[in-house]
Design a protein around this ligand. Sequence first.
Ligand code: SF4
Length: 380
Amino acid sequence: MPGEDEPMAEQSNTGLGLDYIMSLENVPTKLHPQLQIFNDAGVHTDTVQNSGAYALSEADNSVRIDSFRENFKVEVKRLTDSEMEFDIIGVDASIANAFRRILMSEVPTMAIERVYIANNTSVLKDEVLSHRLGLVPIRADPRLFEYPDNEGDDRNEKNTIVFGLHGRCEVKQSRIKVKSDKLKWLPNGSEFPSEDIKPNTASTKPKTFTSFSCSQDSLPEFSNDSIGLTYPDIILSKLGPGQEIELEAHAVKGIGKTHTKWSPVAPAWYRMLPEVVLLKDVVDEQAEELKDKCRPNVFDIEDIGKGKRRAKVARPRNCTVCRECIRGGKEWEDRVSLRRVKNHFIFTIESTGALPPEVLFAEAVKILEDKCQSVISELS
Ligand code: SF4
């Protein structure tokens, strides 16, 4: 046995030395050629400055500020109240991914964080009901609110939105649904007396769970019905005859990194622009077959005269890269090439309703800018 300070001899699991194994026949002494690193391959692949990342496919992946300024574009393709599809052109995948991650976890929203339950005789336990309430999207501009402190003792009109909910199913009534429209905004703050603080005998008004100095609807920023629920028809619970729920739900500002209920998107995603290339003419029956193979309708058929018809790529953006068009033998792989444009991203933002999707993207840009600024100031 070697002493404590002596290094162990190099051994395999079976107790045989590495030299012995390497001396055996048919033991490879170097990597398979396909696994070897080419001389022109990138060496610092963890940096975006690595221009060799796509060298083998003869693409220049270097990041240069002048080409970024020249090529960078944002084109909005579709915009509704809750959804936006737009193209980001001329950026690296790391930038597109940074926006996606910031949108999901760093752009703040308001969400229900504390629930004070006075009565709950429904079949849902208090914890489950509170969890459901937390996931109800709140329509309120988070930029108008401050973050609360962690202790939760400073709940005021600048950092808290209070909703009250009271639902009851009468004894002779049939079962009812309690939906999110039952949550009513209380602009004056909490109405429940706080149990852990004794009522001030000098005052007729007992202490509550918030200390609002004024009514929120008297503030100009909260006028015009600016606070409410995004969706009024989310089922929170069901009540049978004689059952009742009475509670207060307090919403505060937070970010998706803390809990997904604060995430303003549901969700945000991107894909690279597909590029479908026909390597050979695909004509007549084969053209029909190709068109039929593609359910997203990427191909059209054009008349090329003399009764002949040829397939052409008409809507490459529709391509989902299902690869159906190159199935059916090598001849199809030789006809169609499926590629991606590596610096063109089709981005989709689906907002949960706190802010419109175009505002969410603008907020994500500001957050990324702040991060870059803090890196610059750290380094300088
Ligand atoms: S990969 Fe699928 S969607 Fe794309 S062109 Fe081929 S069949 Fe159509």
